[in-house]
Design a protein around this ligand. Structure first.
Ligand code: UTP
Length: 292
């Protein structure tokens, strides 16, 4: 029988240096986009794809992530007193799901973080969600990948065409287009210079992986930047099995960078029923002044 996917892994143990000093003692994943922390958007995306077994890889200074997905009795009592029933429902909505946590110990890279998920994943395929890549809820990227996995039963990397001037920030794929948006991956390069990049197909923060990645990760040595890179492990995986890329053409925010974070904040605020109108007026005012 073809295997489906139930598990989603959230590596969230990085140091978040691009947001220092904000991330000195609090997790990047807890930075809010309007009124929800980044990681909540990712968890909601997983649940929308019926990935209900969730593991978050955390580290020091990341305890607020666990608190966020737990009950807060004091807050509940206070909201009850002031009759804010709807808000109680909202803050408790995600507490009913089971989330497991494993610590990474040392932030030795994304590949190392994922290797910590082995006891949770065991012998099943799983999704990886990098929660600082924010994908709006109306997009169906992860759903499409989960569906595609059912058909291909192979690892799948989400791809996006990025301008060559930005390619050095990404893992990049050399692939052959097999059918509508689906590439057979031939090779991968982590953060190449534009001149060495095999294409403009960048890997973004959604993966479907298979458990054979763990043996490779366990034997991995630090690569670029002294980190154990997931890209290097997937490159090794290519020797033993087919890996696919799935081209995403929708909206994505790189909220791990300040500019991407601000873009996400503005766009999500403009869709937020409570503040969209006054915020729009404010933006008109700001842009009018900027044009003067
Ligand atoms: P990033 O490359 O964005 O690194 O990691 P970072 O540490 O979070 O942020 P900067 O670059 O220093 O600003 C991509 C994802 O991988 C996780 C991060 O938490 C993020 O979700 N990660 C990275 C780990 O879990 N462990 C690591 O050792 C490195």
């Amino acid at each position: 029988m073809k295997q489906g996917i139930k598990k989603a892994i959230f590596p969230a143990a990085g140091l978040g240096t691009r947001f220092l000093p904000a991330t000195k003692a609090s997790p990047k994943e807890m930075l809010p986009i309007v009124d929800k922390p980044m990681i909540q958007y990712g968890v909601e995306e997983a649940l929308a794809c019926n990935l209900t077994e969730i593991l978050i890889i955390t580290g020091r200074h990341k305890r607020t992530i666990e608190d966020h997905f737990d009950y807060s009795y004091e807050l509940e009592a206070s909201l009850k007193k002031s009759g804010k029933k709807k808000m109680i429902e909202e803050i408790n909505r995600l507490n009913r799901i089971n989330i497991a946590y494993i610590r990474q110990g040392y932030a030795l890279g994304l590949g190392h973080a994922i290797s910590r998920a082995k006891p949770f994943v065991r012998d099943e395929p799983f999704a990886v969600i990098l929660s600082d890549d924010i994908i709006p809820p109306e997009e169906t990227l992860l759903k499409d990948m989960v569906k595609l996995y059912k058909e291909l039963q192979c690892p799948i990397l989400a791809l996006e065409q990025v301008p060559m001037s930005e390619i050095h920030q990404y893992g990049v794929v050399d692939g052959v287009l097999e059918k509508n948006g689906v590439y057979r991956v031939r090779d991968l390069v982590e953060k190449p210079d534009a001149a060495d990049a095999p294409s403009d197909l960048a890997i973004l923060g959604r993966y479907i992986l298979t458990p054979d990645i763990f043996n490779i990760l366990e034997g991995s040595k630090p690569g670029r930047g002294g980190e154990i890179q997931l890209t290097d492990a997937i490159k090794k995986l290519l020797k033993t099995r087919q890996v696919y890329g799935y081209l995403f053409k929708g909206k994505r925010y790189d909220a791990g960078s300040k500019f991407g974070y601000l873009k996400a904040t503005v766009d999500f605020a403009l869709k937020n029923a409570e503040i969209a109108e006054p915020f729009k007026q404010y933006l008109f005012e700001v842009t009018r002044k900027l044009r003067q």
